[in-house]
Design a protein around this ligand. Structure first.
Ligand code: CP
Ligand code: NVA
Length: 315
């Protein structure tokens, strides 16, 4: 059984196939082969969501499957049924399960006990569906016209600003290492990427390739894309005031964007807090590709599901 809990759960070759498949789905959206025909997929949420929920629900439907959205608090998980038992029970009904939750150990627990593909729809540690989507969004721009070529990611530089210890920062570190990109992260002291992401790189045989700095200007120099995310992630609400205070110098402004390469893109997984991690002027600028990212969640996740179904039927 194959799962997608982290970027490196697909090999480079498989990931390249996912991007190509996603682009083909995008080019002819309503003729997607019914890879999930007669299947039911669960979408289990312990946290809020707009993009992940709607794009997966629409995507399962467009592939001929039936999506079932579950709020964890309204299931017996919310009353203490174990992850192991829930995974075994849900596997008797469903053909796949997308989970958005807090601890990464929860998605790992589901994967350990499920007999269907599990997809990480965001944990406190990683958000791999978003990174694959963001990479497709860049590949559409950097590949020669009409193609998707992962070699075009090699050597490109991402600058990540703000909450450099977040799930998005971790996922970018892992994604950049996997595809040979450079990444510089600028955030406040105390928000250095954790030893957990270094351990993940090591476990995947990837070099620790990122630079962390407290100097936003240094990180964006020569960058091909600037990326930011909310300063207060889901679960961090108690620290909101302090986070907004220490992260203020890392707000992506027109002035900061102008210090990157002149053809650099501005990216954000959304939702954005305009006036905090990014100004409205940057969100609305021609360099901003935020809504293409949001759209590409749909096409990319359809490809991830199709690939998992294909690979899981072989094992
Ligand atoms: N980017 C993202 O995952 O958005 P949602 O929280 O709306 O799903
Ligand atoms: N870092 C954010 C991402 C939201 C898509 C969070 O975890 O809330």
């Amino acid at each position: 059984m194959r799962h997608f809990l982290k970027e490196t759960d697909f090999s480079i070759e498989e990931a390249a196939e996912v991007f190509t498949l996603a682009k083909s789905y995008k080019n002819d959206r309503f003729n997607t082969p019914p890879a999930l025909a007669r299947q039911s997929w669960g979408l289990l949420f312990y946290k809020s969501s707009t993009r992940t929920r709607v794009s997966f629900e629409v995507g399962v439907n467009e592939m001929g499957g039936f999506p079932i959205v579950l709020n964890s608090q309204q299931t017996q998980l919310g009353r203490g049924e174990t992850v192991a038992d829930s995974a075994r029970v849900l596997s008797r009904y469903l053909h796949g399960l997308v989970i958005r939750t807090f601890g990464h150990d929860i998605v790992e627990g589901f994967a350990q006990h499920a007999s269907m593909p599990i997809i990480n729809g965001l944990t406190d540690f990683l958000h791999p569906c978003q990174i694959y989507t963001d990479l497709l969004t860049l590949l559409e721009r950097w590949s020669p016209a009409g193609s998707i070529d992962i070699a075009c990611l090699k050597g490109k530089k991402i600058a990540f600003l703000g909450d450099t210890a977040s799930n998005m920062a971790n996922s970018w570190i892992l994604g950049a290492a996997m595809f040979g990109m450079e990444i510089s992260l600028a955030g406040p002291a105390g928000f250095e990427p954790s030893s957990a992401i270094d351990a993940q790189l090591k476990a995947d045989g990837l070099a620790v390739n990122y630079q962390f700095t407290t100097d936003a200007a240094a990180a964006v120099k020569d960058a091909d894309a600037l990326y930011t995310d909310v300063w207060v992630s889901m679960g961090d609400e108690d620290e909101a005031a302090e986070r907004k205070r220490v992260m203020a110098p890392y707000s992506v402004t027109t002035e900061l964007l102008s210090q990157a390469n002149s053809d650099a893109y501005f990216m954000h997984c959304l939702p954005a807090h305009s006036g905090e991690e990014v100004t409205q002027e940057v969100l609305d600028s021609p360099q901003s590709i935020i809504f293409d990212e949001a759209e590409n969640r749909l096409h990319t996740q359809k490809a991830i599901m199709a690939k998992l179904v294909e690979l899981s039927s072989k094992v």
